[in-house]
Write a protein that binds this ligand. Structure first.
Ligand SMILES: [Zn+2]
Length: 130
């Protein structure tokens, strides 16, 4: 873990607002660490600029509060929603992710943000949500 911290992968304004304790269990911390080591850090190095995590680990209550999928990989610490806050930067990330050992990548709403997960062995599935 070089460019990301467990703290930034677990903090949530929604959790704070609703008083939800989003502290990850050890298993989720290990999964977040693998996500960073295999995908997020290499992506950050290839991109050469900052990547912002808008949502990483979500406990069940937080996942429900944000309307996440019932079996979301966020609940296991395997997924993060990331953005550069520019469509051009997000398009570059999407291209770079093709070279990395991802499980699932979702282009969310025409490059507003990207959902990325890591799980071994990965599916290497690339989707777009309009
Ligand atoms: Zn996501």
């Amino acid at each position: 873990m070089k460019h990301f911290s467990i703290k930034e992968l677990t903090r949530s304004m929604t959790a704070e607002r609703l008083g939800i304790d989003n502290t990850p269990p050890a298993e989720a911390v290990r999964a977040l660490t693998r996500l960073v080591d295999h995908v997020l850090d290499p992506l950050r190095e290839a991109l050469g600029g900052p990547i912002y995590v808008t949502s990483g680990y979500r406990c069940r209550a937080l996942n429900r509060a944000v309307g996440g999928a019932a079996h979301s990989q966020h609940m296991r610490g395997e997924a993060a929603d990331i953005t550069t806050y520019s469509r051009e930067g997000n398009a570059r990330m999407l291209a770079l992710l093709r070279q990395l050992p991802v499980d699932q990548v979702i282009n969310e709403h025409d490059l507003q943000w990207i959902h990325v997960s890591y799980h071994a062995p990965g599916r290497r599935q690339f989707l777009s949500i309009p």
